[in-house]
Design a protein around this ligand. Structure first.
Ligand SMILES: [Zn+2]
Length: 395
């Protein structure tokens, strides 16, 4: 495994990328782990392979994660991200937004009223219907129509008009689906934009959200363009084959476990029951461990134990001495990144801070004349001198 700066072809960046979604991503780009386009560079590959070799549970323990029995998340400080999760700040319930459960409350408990067909011109959406009838969306039924891909079964779904259906929940219940075509909709006796499960023929599989049987007198389509039915009641006017949780939680809904208001967070998925996502774990580490100079990875997660560098000398061959130390460290099983460039000290110090190894060893002419090298922990300001023959022991 190459452990030398030149072999790894490390290119640190002076500027924070202006497309950085998060601080951690920006620092990984500046330190040469990733490109601005999120491609993994050799240093990043090495960091990820090192993470593979560590005990993943120990690495996850370094991060402020949110977990459930299936998946571990890392909340991101970003407006948008690859994943949204529902989180309860009170009890820590955490789940992907499309699978999260929440406590549903019936909007009213009034007695069922007789159905009434009403003219509702130009009301093909819940919005327009609620406006036209001057009722809250909670008093409407939203119809969604799909065809199951495995057997072309027509699936008719009803959720309360103010709620969003979760396709993930639907697929967990009925299998893979696609949107129904107009022909398929007509074939079961429904009308797009004015559809309801009332009066459909037997070919439709009716699936309703578990709040629908507790929601009396909903306005629903009359299966005739331009008409709706007032006061439809599930169970009385139509019989669902399946009643299940089908709707997506949103911020402010009540936690299914403790009843407190839920939040929506942007997150990374770090692990499922079957695998770890080491790229995301590296990003989560960078989010958690950085300062204003670069990464500050803890020893148990850093790709290297040591950043070893020489300051080019005037009389002495500091590079050869550093190479010697590098070989000794390797032999002792200490992972050292050897900055073998003949660059100025300042440039190397900056790069060492960016890359974030827990410890820096500097081989310079002045100290070397006394048989010493400089040792500096990444997170401390001061360095100390240590005798060469004590170095491995000290590590
Ligand atoms: Zn809760």
């Amino acid at each position: 495994m190459p452990m030398k700066y030149k072999d790894l072809n490390i290119q640190t960046q002076r500027e924070f990328p202006n497309n950085a979604r998060t601080q951690g991503f920006g620092w990984l780009v500046r330190a040469g782990y990733l490109t601005r386009e999120n491609q993994i560079l050799p240093l990043g590959e090495l960091a990820i392979s090192q993470l593979h070799a560590k005990r993943s549970a120990d690495v996850l323990a370094l991060l402020p994660v949110l977990s459930n029995e299936r998946e571990t998340f890392f909340p991101l400080d970003a407006e948008r991200g690859p994943l949204e999760i529902i989180h309860c700040p009170a009890c820590n319930y955490s789940e992907r937004i499309e699978l999260a459960q929440f406590k549903k409350t019936p909007f009213s408990t009034e007695a069922p009223l007789p159905t009434e067909k009403v003219l509702t011109p130009d009301c093909p959406t819940i919005e327009s219907l609620a406006n036209f009838l001057n009722i809250p969306k909670e008093k409407t039924a939203k119809a969604l129509m799909y065809t199951r891909t495995s057997d072309n079964q027509f699936v008719f779904i009803v959720v309360r008009g103010d709620m969003q259906m979760s396709e993930a929940k639907l697929k967990n219940i009925v299998g893979d689906v696609r949107a129904a075509t107009v022909e398929e909709i007509t074939a079961v006796g429904a009308a797009a934009g004015y559809a309801s499960p009332v009066g459909l023929n037997a070919r439709a599989l009716i699936v309703v959200d578990d709040l629908i049987p507790q929601s009396p007198n909903l306005a629903a389509g009359a299966n005739e363009a331009g008409y709706h039915l007032l006061n439809t009641n599930c169970g009385r006017d139509y019989a669902p084959e399946i009643v299940a949780d089908l709707t997506q939680a949103k911020a402010g809904d009540s936690c299914v476990k403790c009843g407190n208001p839920l939040s929506v967070l942007t997150a990374l998925s770090l692990a499922t029951r079957y695998k770890f996502d080491f790229e995301n774990i590296l990003l989560a580490l960078a989010e958690t461990y950085h300062d204003d100079k670069g990464l500050t990875l803890p020893k148990s997660a850093a790709p290297f134990d040591v950043y070893l560098m020489h300051v080019p000398g005037k009389q002495m061959d500091t590079r050869a001495k550093a190479e010697e130390i590098y070989n000794e460290l390797q032999a002792a099983g200490i992972m050292a990144l050897f900055d073998d460039r003949d660059e100025r000290a300042g440039v190397k110090f900056n790069d060492a801070d960016l890359i974030g190894c827990p410890l820096r060893i500097t081989v310079g002419e002045k100290a070397l004349q006394n048989g010493m090298v400089e040792l500096k922990p990444r997170k401390e300001k001061e360095n100390k001198l240590i005798a060469l023959d004590k170095l491995i022991e000290e590590m």
